[in-house]
Design a protein around this ligand. Structure first.
Ligand code: FAD
Length: 494
C-alpha cells in the first residue's frame, strides 16, 4: 500500500501491524523530543518506551523507520510519506491526528485493536443507563467475548464474581508470598544504547532511580513474561490480590501492565490463554476470574470511560482538594517518610516506577485523598511517575476511583481507610513507629488520624452519600475529634 503505517509507542504488537489494513505497509515510528521532555517522567519509563520502539525496529528490520524529531508533526514531515494511523490513546494525540488528517498527512484513522470493544459500541451500551457500573459492563464483556461461560451463557462455576475469595490478608508470619519469581528481562545492546542516549540528553528532567529494566519491551519478551505468569503465578493470583508484604514487591501480580499498555499483547488473547488454564485444571476459578476481571473488566472500563467522560472530566474537584503535592512526594523521597506502608510504596515508585494496585489505591491514593492533594496534579503525578502510566488510564483510576473527585460518577464511595485496614492487609504496621490504633499523640498513625480529619473536613460534602452514613455517624461519636483535627491540621511528617 502507498501510505505507511504510523505507530505510536503504545501500538507495538502484531495485532497493530499484521491486520488486513496494515500487514503490507511500511512502518514509521517517531521518537519525539517534545514527547520525551515535556513532562518529568520516571527515568525507567522513558527507558522502556525508547527500548520498545528500538526493539520493534530490530525485530521487523527494514519494514520499520524510526525518525528522531522535535515533534510528531516534524517527524512526519521529515519522513515525507502519507500515513495511516490507529486511533491513539489520548485526547491530545487524538486532536493532533485529526488535524493531520485535515492536512492530508494522515490519510486514514483505523480503529484501535488495543482494546476489545470500540468506543462506538460502548456508547451504545452506555446509552440510557442511569449509572456506570463496572460489574454490569464486565458481565457483558464476558458474554460478548464468550469468556468463562457455560454453553447456556451462565458463568462457569455459577458465579460471575470471585472477589470475596480474593481479598485475603497476607499469610501470617510470612515475609514473602513464596510464589515463583516473575519473568525478568536480560538487558541487551538496546538497553545499553538507550541508557547512554538518555544520559546524553541535555536538560532532560526525570524522576526516580535508573535501574535494571524489569518489564518486557519486545514481542518475544512480552510472550515470555505472559507465559511465565500463566504457568507459574496465575494459580496464586487471586487469593492475596489485595495484600501487601514489605519484603515482596511483586507478590503474585502479573507485572504485565507495561507490555499490555505498550500494545505488545492483545488483551483478548491474554484472557483466552488464562481461561485455558482454568479449563485445563491448572489454575482455580478465583484466580482466572480475578485476572479476567482486571483485563476484560477494569482495563477496558477505564479506557472507555476516558473517551466517554471526555477531556473536562479531569477538572472535577468535588471535595475541593487544593493542597499542592509536597516536594518529598514529587521527588519520590521514600526515606523522608516514617510510616512503613507509605515509605515502602514510595520506594517502589522510586526504584521501579511500580507499586501494585492496593499500594496505589489504599496507600498512595488514600494518603493523597486524606491530605487533600489537588486531584489534577495528582493525576499528572501518577501518569509520569509510574512506568505503566498512560493518559487514558489515569482519569477513571485517579480522579474517579482513588480521589472521588468526580463526586461519585465512577466509584460509589471514597476509597478512604484508616490504619486498621492497612494493618489487616499487610505486615507493615508491626515494624512501624506509628500505631494504627492510636489517633492522638507521638505515635498516632497518620492514616488513622488522617482518616478522621479528612472525614471531619469532608462531612458536609459526603452527607448525601448513603454509603457514608455509618462512618459519618462514627465521626459524630468520636471522643477526641477536636484533638485529632487540630493535630492533623499542622502535620507535615508522615
Ligand atoms: P495485576 O494486578 O496483575 O492486574 C493485571 C492487569 O490488569 C494489569 O496488568 C492491567 O493491565 C489490568 N488492570 C487491572 N486493574 C486495572 C485498572 N484499574 N486500570 C487499568 N488496567 C487495570 N494501571 C495502569 O496500567 N497504568 C497506570 O498508570 C495505573 N495507575 C493507577 C493509579 C491508581 C491510583 C490506581 C488505583 C490504579 C492504577 N492502575 C494503573 C491500575 C492497576 O493498579 C495497575 O494496572 C496494576 O497495578 C499493574 O500491575 P500488574 O500488571 O502487576 O497488575
Amino acid at each position: 500500500a502507498d501510505a505507511a503505517l504510523w505507530l505510536f509507542a503504545d501500538q507495538l504488537g502484531p495485532h497493530f501491524t499484521d491486520g488486513p489494513d496494515t500487514h503490507d505497509r511500511d512502518i514509521v515510528l517517531i521518537e519525539s523530543a517534545h514527547a520525551l521532555r515535556h513532562k518529568g517522567y520516571h527515568r525507567q519509563k522513558l527507558h522502556l518506551v525508547l527500548a520498545a520502539i528500538r526493539a520493534l525496529r530490530r525485530d521487523l528490520g527494514d519494514r520499520v523507520t524510526v525518525v528522531e524529531a522535535a515533534s510528531y508533526r516534524a517527524g512526519l514531515r521529515e519522513y515525507g510519506r502519507p500515513v495511516v494511523v490507529h486511533e491513539p490513546g489520548s485526547h491530545a494525540a487524538h486532536r493532533l491526528v485529526r488535524r493531520l488528517r485535515e492536512d492530508g498527512v494522515v490519510t486514514e484513522i483505523l480503529p484501535t485493536p488495543g482494546f476489545t470493544l470500540s468506543t462506538r459500541d460502548f456508547a451504545e451500551w452506555v446509552r440510557d443507563r442511569p449509572r456506570y457500573v463496572m460489574e454490569d459492563f464486565y458481565r457483558d464483556q464476558r458474554r460478548r467475548h464468550g469468556v468463562l461461560l457455560e454453553p447456556d451463557g451462565e458463568p462457569v462455576g455459577g458465579r460471575w464474581n470471585t472477589d470475596h475469595d480474593n481479598r485475603e490478608p497476607p499469610p501470617s508470619g510470612a515475609d514473602t508470598l513464596g510464589v515463583p519469581a516473575p519473568w525478568h528481562p536480560r538487558e541487551n545492546e538496546i538497553d545499553e544504547r538507550v541508557r547512554a542516549d538518555l544520559d546524553a540528553m541535555s536538560g532532560l528532567h526525570t524522576v526516580g532511580e535508573d535501574g535494571p529494566r524489569r518489564f518486557a519491551v519486545s514481542r518475544t519478551e512480552a510472550k515470555r513474561a505472559l507465559r511465565r505468569f500463566l504457568d507459574a503465578r496465575l494459580p496464586t493470583f487471586g487469593t492475596h490480590q489485595d495484600a501487601m508484604l514489605g519484603g515482596d514487591w511483586a507478590m503474585s501480580h502479573a507485572l504485565l501492565s507495561v507490555p499490555i499498555n505498550l500494545g505488545l499483547l492483545d488483551p483478548l488473547d491474554v484472557v483466552r490463554q488464562a481461561e485455558r488454564r482454568y479449563h485445563d485444571g491448572h489454575a482455580p476459578l478465583s484466580s482466572v476470574e480475578g485476572f479476567t476481571r482486571q483485563i476484560l473488566g477494569w482495563r477496558e472500563w477505564v479506557w472507555q470511560l476516558y473517551w466517554h467522560l471526555g477531556p473536562d472530566y479531569s477538572r472535577h474537584n468535588a471535595l475541593r482538594a487544593e493542597t499542592p503535592l509536597p516536594a518529598w512526594w514529587t521527588e519520590l523521597d521514600a526515606d523522608a517518610v516514617t510510616a512503613r506502608c507509605l515509605s515502602v510504596a514510595m520506594a517502589g515508585v522510586r526504584d521501579r516506577g511500580y507499586a501494585h494496585h492496593i499500594q496505589r489505591l489504599m496507600v498512595l491514593g488514600n494518603h493523597a485523598l486524606q491530605r487533600g492533594y489537588h486531584p489534577a496534579r495528582l493525576t499528572e503525578w501518577f501518569a509520569t511517575a509510574f512506568v505503566d502510566g498512560f493518559p487514558w488510564v489515569m482519569p477513571a483510576n485517579v480522579i474517579g476511583m482513588s480521589q472521588y473527585a468526580d463526586g461519585g460518577i465512577v466509584a460509589t464511595k471514597p476509597y478512604a481507610a484508616g490504619g486498621a485496614y492497612i494493618n489487616r492487609m499487610s505486615d507493615h504496621c508491626g515494624d512501624c513507629v506509628y500505631d494504627p490504633k492510636v489517633r492522638v499523640g507521638e505515635n498516632a498513625c497518620p492514616y488513622t488520624a488522617g482518616y478522621w480529619a479528612w472525614m471531619d473536613r469532608s462531612a458536609g460534602r459526603l452527607r448525601g452519600n448513603h454509603r457514608m452514613a455509618k462512618p459519618l455517624g462514627s465521626l459524630e461519636r468520636l471522643r477526641d475529634r477536636a484533638a485529632v483535627v487540630e493535630q492533623e491540621h499542622d502535620r507535615n511528617r508522615f
